[in-house]
Design a protein around this ligand. Structure first.
Ligand code: ADP
Length: 289
């Protein structure tokens, strides 16, 4: 009972809608608050365009944070094209669920994963969900998953600024921080500009921009070649006043790791690509210092 109930003549007989009209939080809102209060930092990975490596970057940020000893959750809300189960070799896993609680799928000692991909019986199954259903599922993935105490929740969103990123941002609240992934060419960058505007509009903060597939290190000669015009991500960071987190080169072994589902950072801990990922997570780790 809230203070305003004391002087209310209909106290005790009001409906949940009446309570909300009086500013009282619904059970659902209280559940969400309880879950979020146990997650110290919420990192939302966005991109303006598909195929820029957003899921690869999300997975490697999560694995790198876990490698640094942090307790990490990785949530894939790319409802129509979930790639995290493939990237982490978790395809075919079914999360345990009882009543309203879902257990995230453990990947490593301190990394747990939840993805819409776990709900689809096969690769060829397509999700045909309208906005409200998608919003409900994303809410369940945050509120009803037993994430426990996490240092970081990394959320992989589908490209663009549609229902999924909007829902995630609204549910996580203004302390969610966005990492925006682009490739170095200008076409991708135009879309990223939109993503940055979107983050501002929902009242959140851009933690930084990652330029993926930035240069190609030739496995034969070891020389770095620029495949696209380089530096567009960095220019955009300057233009929008966003921090630039760093570049990840186009690395054929990183692509193979994604296809075959092995942990690139574990197999190639001393590579330039691993060093690039480690550099990128430093400002993220600093949030938890
Ligand atoms: P998105 O989530 O933006 O659609 P993905 O992470 O699924 O993109 O990546 C698209 C493809 O590009 C995948 O085959 C992935 O393995 C590959 N890829 C992503 N980043 C790199 C990189 N830095 N070097 C090589 N291949 C990459």
């Amino acid at each position: 009972m809230s203070d305003s109930c004391k002087s209310c003549p209909t106290a005790g007989s009001c409906t949940p809608q009446d309570k909300q009209a009086c500013g009282e939080k619904s059970e659902m809102e209280k559940d969400l608050e309880r879950v979020l209060s146990r997650i110290k930092h919420k990192i939302v990975v966005l991109s303006g365009k598909g195929g820029v490596g957003k899921s690869t970057v999300s997975a490697n940020i999560a694995m790198s944070l876990a490698k640094a000893g942090k307790r990490v959750g990785l949530l894939d809300v790319d409802v129509h094209g979930p790639s995290i189960p493939r990237l982490l070799s978790l395809k075919g896993q079914t999360p345990r669920a009882d009543n309203d609680n879902i257990e995230p799928v453990p990947y490593a000692l301190n990394l747990w994963v939840m993805s819409t991909g776990f709900l689809l019986p096969s690769d060829s199954d397509a999700v045909i969900w309208r906005g409200p259903v998608k919003i409900g599922v994303i809410r369940q993935f945050i509120q009803n998953v037993n994430w426990g105490d996490l240092d970081f929740l990394v959320v992989d969103c589908p490209p663009g600024t549609g229902d999924e990123p909007l829902t995630v941002m609204q549910l996580l609240g203004p302390d969610a921080k966005a990492v925006v992934v682009t490739t170095p060419h200008m076409l991708a960058v135009d879309d990223v500009r939109r993503s940055i505007t979107f983050v501002g509009l929902v009242g959140a903060q851009v933690l930084g921009i990652v330029e993926n597939m930035s240069g190609f290190v030739c496995p034969d000669c070891g020389k770095q070649h620029e495949i696209f015009n380089s530096g567009a991500g960095e220019k955009l960071a300057l233009e929008t006043g966003s921090p630039f987190l760093g570049r990840i080169p186009f690395d054929p072994e990183l692509a193979r790791a994604g296809d075959e589902g092995f942990n690139y950072l574990k197999v190639y801990p001393d590579s330039g690509t691993a060093a690039a990922v480690e550099k990128i997570i430093q400002p993220i780790l600093a949030l938890d210092a």
